[in-house]
Design a protein. Sequence first.
Length: 409
Amino acid sequence: MLKIGLTGGIASGKSLVSARLKELGATLIDADVLAREVVEPGTRGLARIIAEFGEDIVDAAGQLDRARLGSIVFAEPDRREVLNGIVHPLVREKASALLSMAKPGDIVVQDIPLLVETGQGSNFHLVLVVDAPEEERIRRMTSIRNMSAEEAVARMAAQAGRDERLAAADIVVDNSGSVEDVRDLIDKLWVERLEPFARNLASGHPAPRDGGPVLASPDVDWPVQAERLLARIRKASPDVLSAEHIGSTAVSGLPAKDVIDLQVTVSSLEAADRLAPALGAAGFPLCESMDHDTPKPPQLDPSAWIKRLHGNADPGRPANVHVRVLGSPGWRYALLFRDWLRANPESREAYAGLKRELAQAYMSDHGTAGYADAKEPWFTEVAWPLMDAWAKRAGWEPPSYSNVPGQYS
């Protein structure tokens, strides 16, 4: 199933977005609803809250006095943490039970107000953040929820800041306009990204890519996007020894195809194959047609360059996930090439010039294979001697793991 984490600051308009997603066919798991259910009379959640906050935290009917509890926890951050420590695990337990009933191909949206604050972003294939200007959110709280301006500001201060939420977002929904504007945005998102993503996950195929090589200007957001993908990959399996951002999008100032390249380090090819189902479930299905890198100096034996390649099932964020064995020549070359370009502006500019020239030459192709093949002689004849010399001068060494034997010397 496709798992989406939906969040946003108080009064940002998550309810409108979640309602539309449900109308379109998503299964909605609302953390606010679950949070109320786990503290109903007779539940262990309410019993623990009474034990912590006192008998007068419930009304005459035995229901939780939410207004009284809210006045306590929003005034005292330490008490708020105590409450969260009681409620959040119960909500996650109930959400997991509901999630277990979903079927392949389903789109499941979990509406979690404190998703960012509780560090749950890497549990989802996508994090969708509903955003609105702070002054608009304050207006909504004072005019619709009858809060004072001071209460509204205090509620906002108790949550993650806007910048922190936006940094966690794979998708940002601007809810500063009309209801119709937001519904149109969600409808387009559903058709163009969410439904295809869910189909790709269910079929076990990466999102297709068409067209020749198109270079994008350097984007400062590429490393941020890469880190969100890496967080999901690192949680996928114990077979992941490490996962890093590599390739042109990992080098500041370098134009590149808008495709994030990532390298996953494993102890063996057997570990790579064990990892494949977990990576697929995390949103990165195996590309069965590609299982090797082009040999480069000093190790030219093709058998030493075997790898596994996965792609992103998300059509909105193209990515290549290269699964390589620790110590293998392909693993080492990818790390050295990245670090060499980062440290050498002249070489970085030379590579950028080559990329522009070849992208122009192959722009009419239906794919990027010709462009990639045309770069190979430069990697061998130009880049390798310079990389090797720089590594020796700088004392560069790749990461190592003392508990895992290297496969190559």
